[in-house]
Design a protein around this ligand. Structure first.
Ligand SMILES: NC(=O)c1ccc[n+]([C@@H]2O[C@H](COP(=O)([O-])OP(=O)(O)OC[C@H]3O[C@@H](n4cnc5c(N)ncnc54)[C@H](OP(=O)(O)O)[C@@H]3O)[C@@H](O)[C@H]2O)c1
Length: 221
């Protein structure tokens, strides 16, 4: 039977590359976004647009429109990078990043639980900038804290969902050439998507809850 993947932030960047990757691999792709793109429409079986993942009503509408459709894979990919400078910290950008990067993946996952069952998997697209052990350059208060919070949420989800046979991974895509980093990354979105897909293929209930680079390297918390 054909497998189904749902990807948030699927209209561009890593999310679009994931949609293209899974389409080519023969999966049914459900692309979730605020505004659809022509590239996404080409590869997605279904595009569910006008979904701001920070909005409770939008996420409720997403769950309703899925109506219990079985998801083999949920990829919480939508994300936001802002910057803060010590001395003039903008708590509004910190709040925004917490909403998009941490609360939204938890909210989406909880809302879509009726679509997930034995054998389903969840990928939380996090960042190594969420690693406290790996932080030797400081700054990025909101981004780092929001991805660290996402990692904590992901670990709890892994524990709580293990009895239902659902495995969860926190995956750093790599430094990827997308708008988020002004296209200045080291790897292409396609390479990141292939790595993420390989990690999710390899993920089991025994390895659930881990934090990895898309190249397979385990990352420290
Ligand atoms: N690029 C990197 O080097 C890098 C490194 C580490 C981690 N990551 C993570 O990888 C993931 C994908 O990032 P990317 O590089 O592909 O960035 P991107 O090109 O900037 O894409 C971000 C995606 O998130 C969506 N998004 C943002 N806020 C949203 C909201 N409130 N509701 C719904 N969708 C929202 C955007 O939708 P719109 O088009 O509507 O804005 C877009 O689809 C993110 O979680 C990011 O933190 C990226």
């Amino acid at each position: 039977m054909t497998s189904t993947v749902l990807i948030t932030g699927a209209n561009r960047g890593v999310g679009l590359a994931l949609a293209q990757h899974y389409h080519q691999a023969g999966w049914q792709v459900i692309g979730v976004c605020r505004s659809a793109s022509a590239e996404l429409a080409e590869v997605a079986e279904r595009v569910i647009d006008n979904i701001d993942v920070t909005q409770y009503d939008d996420v409720a509408r997403l769950a309703q429109s899925l109506d219990g459709t079985r998801l083999d894979l949920l990829i919480n990919n939508a994300g936001l990078l802002r910057d803060e400078q010590l001395g003039k910290i903008d708590f509004e950008t910190i709040r925004e990043q917490m909403e998009v990067n941490a609360y939204a993946p938890l909210r989406v996952t909880e809302a879509l639980l009726p679509c997930l069952g034995e054998g389903s998997k969840i990928a939380n697209i996090t960042s190594r900038m969420g690693s406290i052990a790996d932080n030797d350059s400081g700054g990025r208060y909101g981004y780092r804290a929001s991805k660290a919070a996402l990692n904590a949420f992901g670990k709890s989800l892994a524990v709580d969902l293990a009895p239902r046979g659902i495995a969860v991974a926190q995956l750093h895509p790599g430094y990827v050439q997308t708008r988020m980093v002004n296209f200045g990354g080291l790897i292409s979105p396609d390479e990141a998507a292939a790595g993420i897909a390989a990690r999710m293929e390899a993920l089991t209930l025994e390895t659930s809850g881990g934090f990895w680079h898309s190249n397979g390297e385990p990352l420290p918390w």
